[in-house]
Design a protein around this ligand. Structure first.
Ligand SMILES: [Zn+2]
Length: 278
C-alpha cells in the first residue's frame, strides 16, 4: 500500500501476460533485452498487467483492468493468461468488490488495459463494475471504435460495446483533473489518445506511465515497443516524464513489469536508474 497524503493506492495485478520479447523491445537488439527478460520457447517474455486501485476518500478508482476473462482457450494460451478473473481475485484480497469501484480510468483502450472491465453473463456482455463511471480520452475512444491501429486485434468491440451501452462512459478532451489528487496527462505515442495518470498528495507525486514506459527496461530513449503508433512521440513524452520523476523524486509505476512494479528513479549521467522503494 502506498499513501500520498489523503490518497491511498495499491498496485493490483490484472493477471500475468506473455508477449513476444522482440515486439516489446522494438529496435533494441535481441542480445541486449534477453539479458533482462529471458524469452521462453515461444519467444515470449513474462509480463504482468498492473492496475492501480486508488482511494481518494470519495472515489474508489481503478486504473486499467488487464485482459479480463473473455478470451477463448487458444488466445489465453497465446498470451499466457491465468485462469479465472485474476483482477477480481486480487481486488477481493484488498476487500474490494466490483460494486465498490466508483470509477474506472483507462490509460488507453488496448485489450490488455480494458478487457477486464466487462465479462460474459450467460450470452450477454456486461460491465464488470456495476456502479462505476468509465473514463477515457475521447480521441482514444474514437480511434478504438474505428480500430485505428496497425494491430487489428488490439481494439476489440467485445471490450468497447459493454462500456458504450452502459450509459456511464465519460470521455475527456485532453489533460484533466479526475478526482482530488488524481489527474491525467495525454502523451500520445503508444496510441494518439494514450494518457498517463498522476497521483498527488502530501507533497508527493506518483505517476502511472501506462505503455509510454511499460517496464524499467524501457527507460532509454530508443527503447520503445514495436506496438507504438508513434515511437518518436513516445520517446519525447517518456524523456519529459522520467526527467520530472527523477528531479522531483516521484514514485514511478509500470503497467507491464512483473517484478519491479513501483520504483523511484535517479539520473546516472544521460541514463535513468530504478531504485527500490520500501
Ligand atoms: Zn499494454
Amino acid at each position: 500500500m502506498h499513501q500520498l497524503g489523503d490518497l491511498q493506492f495499491h498496485v493490483v495485478s490484472g493477471g500475468p501476460f506473455f508477449l513476444d520479447g522482440g515486439a516489446m523491445f522494438g529496435i533494441i537488439p535481441r542480445p541486449l533485452w534477453t539479458r533482462l527478460y529471458a524469452p521462453d520457447d515461444r519467444g515470449r517474455i513474462r509480463l504482468d498487467t498492473n492496475c492501480l486501485l486508488v482511494r481518494t476518500g470519495r472515489e474508489c478508482l481503478l486504473i486499467d483492468t488487464g485482459n479480463g476473462p473473455k478470451m477463448d482457450e487458444k488466445e489465453r494460451s497465446i498470451f499466457g493468461l491465468a485462469p479465472g478473473a485474476p483482477l477480481l481475485t486480487n481486488l477481493a484480497e484488498l476487500g474490494v468488490s466490483p460494486a465498490d469501484v466508483t470509477m474506472v480510468l483507462f490509460s488507453h483502450l488496448h485489450m490488455d488495459h480494458c478487457g477486464g472491465a466487462s465479462h460474459w453473463d450467460a450470452d450477454r456482455l456486461v460491465p464488470t463494475f456495476p456502479n462505476a463511471r468509465f473514463v477515457a480520452q475521447r480521441r482514444e475512444w474514437e480511434d478504438a471504435l474505428t480500430n485505428r491501429s496497425h494491430m487489428r486485434t488490439s481494439y476489440r468491440r467485445e471490450n468497447l460495446n459493454p462500456l458504450a451501452v452502459s450509459g456511464r462512459l465519460e470521455l475527456l478532451d485532453g489533460d484533466a483533473a479526475i478526482a482530488p489528487g488524481v489527474s491525467v496527462q495525454v502523451t500520445g505515442g503508444h496510441t494518439p489518445g494514450h494518457q498517463v495518470v498522476l497521483l498527488r498528495g502530501g507533497g508527493r507525486t506518483a505517476v502511472f506511465l501506462g505503455d509510454i514506459c511499460p517496464t524499467p527496461a524501457h527507460f532509454r530513449p530508443p527503447c520503445n515497443m514495436a506496438y507504438d503508433m508513434d515511437p518518436y512521440a513516445t520517446m519525447l513524452a517518456k524523456a519529459e516524464l522520467l526527467a520530472r520523476a527523477a528531479d522531483e523524486d516521484w514514485l514511478v509505476l509500470f503497467d507491464h513489469e512483473p517484478d519491479r512494479k513501483a520504483v523511484r528513479i535517479r539520473r546516472d549521467g544521460e541514463e535513468f536508474v530504478a531504485l527500490p522503494v520500501e
